[in-house]
Design a protein around this ligand. Structure first.
Ligand code: F0G
Length: 466
């Protein structure tokens, strides 16, 4: 059961189907453009969407809002240093600010970063600094149905090949994303992390963690890696941080705050260079773009995220939703992790080709049928077409992510999602594809405009009778 009781509640927005049809038309079938009050169950992201605890709110009330040297900063710093062992902790307003500061310091034109998978803003920040971001996921990651316990791992052989090959001198850092959000939320094993650290050390390349979901990764290690059975998530997390030279942290996930993050560093010279950028662009190093109350809530959130009761309940919620999806005949990326379920829309909607966006089609249908908001991770996100709308690049898989905000939704809410999925899976042939009518040159999924592809649209979306 959920390891909390509920003290404050918020009514769920309710809409009718005609309202949802009108809303979808108005936003050009782009779910990012919906107003939140038009969404009943919001599974767009687990980032910054968690519920605060009474302890966090109490800490916020007793925070210190001094510009410099606040008590809140020192409490935050002590908590993060105890967890990570890094002597330099730079608070920032969210993960991508840490990315920008670190990469503008280490990455430059012609430089290369290697990762199990870069998150999209991480890649964008490497590229904005003039570098190339290369993903080296392990081969098991390609088998969506495989039950491998650590499909988030980096491909050690591929990593070695780059570091021993002609491109070695271009590599400025290796970044391990835990858990691997771009690869189905799959965890990274401690064995893989330790081996990566050893390879990096041998080649003199610093290793960083993208630690957004460090607690969830640690939990899955205690559950799936024999050598770590019986260890606490905190012990595993501490060991993971110790293996690396620093971390980028978006505390909006496993810090359970609405805003916040930090950059953790071992190297004093590097920390000094990053601190200059921090002061110029985020704020003085004892607040880094945050209020004292944010720092206090983050310190507590990081501890609450490591509570085994919290993590077990997350695992069970994800497993429950995964079970409902499988029972409805909808394939998912196996095995389920903790922060999200990734639906295999390509398999459910084989009548929709990649350039008619089966992932987006399923995401729109989830909204239309049940007021559920999700995120497409398929060819709308990763693909490209020519001027006639014909595919140039398609995504390897057409996925839809149902992210689970922390401490927000109950089993009843997840059962609603399961019911809606089952209704859609009953008649998948009726789900239309979509065509792009307007898009931006990069990160297009945020602002894209679409319309149902009329050759495939059922009457309700053509403006005919429902
Ligand atoms: N790294 C990972 C692995 C992430 O998942 C995210 C954000 C970031 C970095 C950037 O952090 O948003 O605080 O600037 N992921 C969110 C998501 C947006 O929905 O998965 P941020």
């Amino acid at each position: 059961m959920e390891p909390y009781r509920i003290k404050a509640v918020e009514p769920l927005p309710r809409t009718t189907r005609p309202q949802r049809e009108a809303a979808l038309r108005r936003v050009h079938y782009n779910l990012f453009e919906l107003r939140a009050e038009e969404v009943t169950i919001d599974l767009l992201t687990d980032s910054g969407t968690g519920a605060l605890s009474s302890g966090q709110l109490a800490a916020a009330m007793s925070s210190d809002e001094s510009y410099a040297g606040s008590a809140s900063f020192h409490r935050f710093r002590d908590a993060v240093e105890e967890l990570t062992s890094y002597p330099h902790i730079l608070p920032v307003h969210q993960g991508r600010a840490a990315e920008r500061i670190l990469f503008s310091t280490l990455v430059g034109p012609g430089k290369l970063t290697l990762s199990n998978t870069h998150f999209d803003t991480t890649r964008a920040n490497v590229e904005l600094a003039g570098g190339e971001a290369r993903d080296l996921p392990c081969p098991q990651a390609r088998d969506l149905d495989g039950a491998g316990p650590f499909k988030g791992n980096i491909d050690i052989e591929a990593l070695r090949a780059v570091l021993e090959g002609p491109e070695a001198s271009r590599v400025v850092l290796v970044l391990m994303t835990v858990t691997n959000n771009g690869c189905g939320g799959q965890p990274v094993s401690m064995a893989n992390l330790a081996e990566t650290a050893a390879v990096c050390r041998r080649h003199g390349v610093p290793l960083f963690l993208d630690a957004a979901r460090f607690a969830e990764n640690a939990w899955l290690v205690t559950r799936r890696e024999a050598a770590y059975r019986g260890r606490t998530p905190r012990q595993v997390a501490q060991e993971a941080f110790r293996l690396a030279d620093g971390c980028l942290m978006s505390a909006k996930k496993d810090g359970i705050v609405h805003i916040g993050g930090f950059l953790g560093l071992r190297d004093s010279a590097l920390a000094q260079r990053c601190e200059l950028l921090l002061i110029a662009t985020e704020g003085f190093p004892t607040y880094g773009g945050l209020a004292g109350r944010d720092l206090d809530m983050m310190a507590l959130g990081l501890a609450e995220a490591l509570d085994p009761g919290h993590l077990a309940s997350r695992e069970q919620a994800a497993a429950h939703l995964a079970g409902r999806a499988r029972a409805a005949g909808v394939g998912i990326v196996e095995p389920p992790g903790l922060h999200a379920i990734y639906l295999n829309a390509g398999r459910l909607l084989p009548h929709i080709p990649a350039h008619r966006f089966p992932g987006q089609a399923l995401a729109c249908q989830l909204y239309l049928e049940g007021g559920i908001r999700s995120a497409e991770l398929g060819s709308l996100y990763l693909g490209r077409e020519d001027e006639h709308g014909e595919p140039v690049i398609s995504a390897p898989y057409e996925l839809v992510r149902l992210a689970l905000p922390r401490r927000v939704y109950t089993r009843g809410h997840l059962d609603h999602v399961g019911d809606v999925l089952a209704r859609i899976a009953d008649d998948p042939g009726g789900v239309p594809g979509y065509r792009i009518t307007g898009q931006a040159p990069i990160l297009r999924h945020f602002r894209v405009r679409l319309e149902p592809a009329h050759d495939m649209a059922p009457a309700s979306l053509r403006g005919g009778r429902v």
